[in-house]
Structures are given as structure tokens and as C-alpha cells.
Design a protein around this ligand. Structure first.
Ligand SMILES: [Mn+2]
Length: 355
């Protein structure tokens, strides 16, 4: 089973491999605010293509967070400054498939004559617009797909590529604790370790370099917890201001809320400095947060999805989102009540009301 996913391809994946073999100059693009899977997959694919003698540029709208410095030592993560893109004949989108998620690079990428290749493990919304795609929605991380691609191209991974794949895996599986962790994931992690990745060093780099403000920011975020539907739904909204969300590891907030036995769905909302509200939705059981996020123009996976909603206020979006979630849970929201009152159990003795 593990071997077969490493060697077997479907027709679309075979065409994607041909494009990687035949292309000469590659531009690897990530989504805005690239996460560990996106950056890890970019790093790994950059090393693989470089080993094949290709010219490779990585370019994202946003610079990697400092915790990814250990990846940036081996590959250069370019930041798009506007204007012309590097000369290239294949653009590769890793860990997403919507051109709009490249942020400010979108117009330049859309106008460029390059072939567009998507390497992704998300459920694709809408009509396919790309030239080729290497997609498997069952893969736990995009980095897993890059490992498969390297094997299928016959290119061994070096330790820098292995660090990328390992980073992808641990980011998207929450260090092997989410339901997407499968045998291929663990086999890949073992292989990357054999190639020289030191797991505890990666863990320390990613998770033990928080600023002094992190625990207080975490505490203030958790204080905003509100339960609905007898605790089946946990909601935290973080407005601009009171919580320094720059100092906050939101995955940690989501993990803490999911640890509550009754909680089935967690919704984390953040007011964004540039406007709009960003949603991170997680499910612990059968609840489909992908279907929920789709209602608000987002996407992702069944148990982990997100959306960024522009032109709304936190209160308005939150009310619509909670109502949609309660409906999907088969719960009826209390009528005639604001989002913070009826049908809501205040957490922490109503700590919420003070803020
Ligand atoms: Mn991913």
C-alpha cells in the first residue's frame, strides 16, 4: 500500500510528472502567509528540481515566519515585490489551487504564459483552470506528494529536501495526532529521519521559540471562549487589539479547545489588520468543516478548513457562521437573541463579558 502510492500514478499525475521532467525554469509559488506544509513542499521540490539541473525560483507574497529559518538556510524563499516575475516556463502552486490565494502575485501569474501546475491535497473548488495537476486529497500533506514525485522521477532526496518534507508532515498532521496520519505519513517521517532530519530539533525550531508575549496572548484568546449547543461547538473570536495575534500560535488554541470531551467543532475567528475576518475551523468527529467553510467561500479538508471573508464585521460573520454550524449540527439557535446571548453558555464564569 505504501509502496503502491510511491510508484503508482494516475493519468493526470503522469502528465504532471512529464511537465516536471520537460520544464526548464520553474517558479514555485505559495499561498499568502505560507504555512509549514507549503514552505516545506516548496523547499523539497526546489531541491529535487535543482538536482535535476533545472532553474528554480521560490516566490511568495509573504516572507516565511522566522521559525522556518532552518528551511531558509538551504533554499531561498523570494518575496514578490511587484513587477515582472522571474523568467520561467512552469509555475507550480503548492498546497493550494486557487490563483487568487497567491495574493499580490495573482495578476502577474495569470498574465504569464507559463504552464500552470498544481500540487495539492485539498478538495479543489470550482472548475479546473490549470494545465496539469498532481493532486491526492487523501495525502496528509503536500510534502507527501513531493516525496512521491521525487520517487517517481527517480531523484533521491537530500537532507534539505527531507527537512522540507518532514516539516510539511508535522505541520499538517499536528505531529501525527490528526486523523490524516496514515502509514505512508509515518513511513515518510521515518525515511526523512533516516536521511538526517532530527525530529526534536525541528520541534524546538517550530514550537519552542515563542516570544514572551505568547502565553499571555494565548490566555487572552482562551478567555474569549464561548460554548454553544451544550459544548458541542466552541467559538473563539479575536478582534484586533486586545490579543496580540502576531504572538499567538492559533494551532495551539485549536488544540486546547479540541481537548474538551464534548467539543465536536471549533471555530476560531480573527479580525485581520487589512480588513475582513479569517476563520479556522476544526472538527473532532464526523462534522464536515469543509462543507461549512465552503458556505463562506473557503475550503480545506473535512476536519480542517478555513476561510477569509472580506466586507464583513466580526459580529455579523460570527452570527452567520454560528447559525450555519448549529444548523449543520442539527441544533436550533435560540431565536431573537444576539450571537453572544441566548443559546450560549459563557465559558470561564462569563470572563467574556468583561472584554
Ligand atoms: Mn497542506
Amino acid at each position: 500500500m505504501i509502496q503502491s502510492s510511491l510508484t503508482e500514478t494516475n493519468a493526470a499525475q503522469a502528465r504532471a510528472l512529464d511537465l516536471l521532467r520537460n520544464g526548464r525554469r520553474f517558479l514555485l509559488c505559495g499561498h499568502v502567509r505560507p504555512d509549514g506544509d507549503c514552505l516545506g513542499a516548496q523547499a523539497a521540490l526546489a531541491r529535487v528540481l535543482t538536482a535535476m539541473g533545472k532553474d528554480v525560483w521560490i516566490q511568495n507574497t509573504d516572507a516565511p515566519e522566522p521559525r522556518f529559518d532552518y528551511l531558509a538556510r538551504d533554499v531561498k524563499f523570494g518575496v514578490y515585490q511587484g513587477g515582472d516575475l522571474p523568467r520561467h516556463d512552469v509555475s507550480v502552486l503548492l498546497d493550494f489551487c486557487e490563483l487568487s490565494r497567491t495574493g499580490s502575485m495573482e495578476p502577474a501569474l495569470a498574465a504569464h504564459a507559463s504552464k500552470k501546475l498544481v500540487i495539492d491535497h485539498h478538495v479543489a473548488p470550482g472548475v479546473p483552470w490549470w494545465d496539469e495537476a498532481y493532486v491526492d486529497v487523501r495525502a496528509s500533506a503536500t510534502g507527501i506528494l513531493v516525496r512521491r514525485i521525487a520517487a517517481q522521477l527517480g531523484v533521491p532526496l537530500d537532507v534539505a529536501a527531507a527537512r522540507g518534507v518532514f516539516t510539511s508532515i508535522v505541520t499538517d498532521t499536528g505531529w501525527f495526532k490528526y486523523s490524516n496520519t496514515d502509514a505512508e505519513t509515518l513511513a515518510a517521517a521515518a525515511e526523512m529521519t533516516a536521511l538526517g532530519v532530527v525530529p526534536n530539533v525541528v520541534y524546538a525550531a517550530l514550537h519552542q521559540r515563542q516570544p514572551l508575549g505568547h502565553p499571555p496572548a494565548l490566555a487572552r484568546a482562551i478567555e474569549r471562549l464561548e460554548y454553544h449547543a451544550d459544548g458541542r461547538l466552541a467559538v473563539v473570536d479575536i478582534p484586533l487589539g486586545p490579543v496580540d495575534s502576531g504572538a499567538l500560535d492559533t494551532d495551539e488554541v485549536l488544540d486546547i479547545l479540541r481537548a474538551v470531551e464534548r467539543v465536536e467543532v471549533v471555530l476560531l475567528l480573527r479580525e485581520m489588520p487589512a480588513g475582513g475576518v479569517k476563520l479556522s475551523a476544526r472538527s473532532k468527529g464526523d462534522f464536515d468543516v469543509h462543507a461549512l467553510a465552503r458556505q463562506f467561500g473557503g475550503g480545506g479538508h473535512k476536519k480542517a478548513s478555513g476561510a477569509t471573508v472580506l466586507g464583513t464585521t466580526m459580529a455579523d460573520f460570527r452570527a452567520r457562521l454560528v447559525a450555519a454550524t448549529l444548523a449543520a449540527l442539527g441544533e436550533t439557535a435560540a431565536t431573537g437573541a444576539g450571537p453572544r446571548s441566548g443559546g450560549t453558555n459563557q465559558a470561564g464564569g462569563g470572563a467574556r463579558n468583561g472584554g
